[in-house]
Design a protein. Sequence first.
Length: 288
Amino acid sequence: MTAQCVRWGLLSTARINERLIRSIRTAERSELVAVASRDSTRALDYAAEWSIPRAHGSYEALLQDPEIDCVYISLPNGLHTEWAVKAAQAKKHTLCEKPLAVSVEGVQRMAAAARENRVIIQEATMMRFHRQLHTVRDLLAEQSIGDIRFVRAVFSIDMQRAGDIRFDPEIGGGCLWDLGSYPVSFTRAVLQEDPIEANASQVLSDTALTSSSLANCGFRRERSCSLSRRSRDYPTRKYRFLERVAPSNLINPTQPTVGRMVTCESRAKSIDPTPRLSGTLLSWTSRH
């Protein structure tokens, strides 16, 4: 890796790669050089479709490629730990899809491998680095809608596609891992603290898969949150931040590349309705 460019390899041909491919190619200091699949024909076809210079017929071959600095792991959740550790041992930096792992032990193994091999393993939670989240965090820190006491987060999708790997419990399927990481990560990021207590419940499918779950968390300063996620429901990405007295809400979709609108609604007349950012990134509404 030079100071001018990071050379990327894609560890799998998953559909979500399409989002990263465009980002790599528009970044000034990144270059996409290779893709790997367990099937060499699939790797060659994918490389041709996306104009990727090299195709590897195994994940191991990509990790041994000396011209790759960083790999993107878009494998099923249950395979993240295994291949992130192998990438670290091959001295490759790693951008790993969320959730980083499906167990505490898995995260600890990844962290140990990264330290031992002096590489970075980063969870691909884009929203934590987006201007939208930082704007929301600043607004809350300024108490623009009051002193936050309760956060209600709901993330649901209507998943009906038969055979989707997210329905396979053997490789980390279920809405808890697929959707749950979003409200948990978002709430911790904007409140800038971790919960001190938590309890949760879940509804299991016929295959012992989590099809819906609800968690309640307690924070310091009498703050609390309710986090809900469902894999078979009307698509919803909504977050409400409620302060103590006035019925004020901050509603934020957590997919800023798709919907960048942040709307603040309040009946408190003291709220400044001036937008903090231009364009569609922020919309500020004061209702008296």
